[in-house]
Design a protein. Structure first.
Length: 153
C-alpha cells in the first residue's frame, strides 16, 4: 500500500471570496489585506518597502487597478482597491502584484546578503516636531485636516 504524505500546512476548505461578489466590477472596491509569510516584518526594511510601494503606485499597476487607499505595515499591506477595466478581475491583478513583489523580496534578500545592511525606519525617519503635531491635531479636530508625511533621509 503506498504511503500518503500529509500536507504540511492546514488546508482551507472554504473560500475567502464572497459568493456572487463582482471582483471584475469597475464600480466596486474591496478591502484587501496581503500578509507576509509567517507575519515576518519584511517591510520594516525601508528599501524593500519603497520598492513595493513604487510598484503599487506605478503606471503599469494603476493602468489596471484602482487604488483608493493603502497602508504598508511591517508585516502586511492594506489596500482599498478595485479594477479599472471590466475584462480584468481583482484576484488575477493581485496575483500578478504579489508575484512581482516576491521577486523584489528575493532581489533585496540577495542585496542584504552581499552588503550585510538593512535600512530600518528608526535610522531613516526624522520625527515630526511636537509643535507641528499639535497644529495637525487642531486641524483634524476642526475638520480641516492636512496630512504631513514623515521625511526620509
Amino acid at each position: 500500500m503506498p504511503q500518503i504524505l500529509a500536507f504540511p500546512y492546514p488546508r482551507r476548505y472554504n473560500s475567502l471570496r464572497l459568493l456572487g461578489y463582482g471582483y471584475d466590477s469597475i464600480f466596486q472596491l474591496c478591502a484587501i489585506t496581503l500578509v507576509s509569510d509567517l507575519r515576518r516584518p519584511l517591510f520594516a526594511d525601508v528599501s524593500l518597502a519603497k520598492g513595493i510601494l513604487t510598484s503599487l503606485l506605478s503606471d503599469q499597476t494603476l493602468k489596471y487597478m484602482r487604488v483608493r487607499a493603502f497602508t504598508l505595515m511591517p508585516d502586511h499591506l492594506h489596500l482599498l482597491a478595485g479594477v479599472r477595466l471590466p475584462e480584468s478581475d481583482l484576484p488575477t491583478l493581485l496575483g500578478g502584484f504579489k508575484s512581482y513583489t516576491t521577486q523584489l523580496y528575493w532581489k533585496r534578500g540577495r542585496e542584504v546578503m552581499e552588503s550585510l545592511k538593512i535600512y530600518l525606519p528608526s535610522e531613516l525617519v526624522e520625527k515630526t516636531d511636537p509643535n507641528d503635531a499639535k497644529q495637525l491635531l487642531a486641524a483634524v479636530m476642526e475638520w480641516r485636516a492636512t496630512l504631513r508625511p514623515e521625511r526620509l533621509n
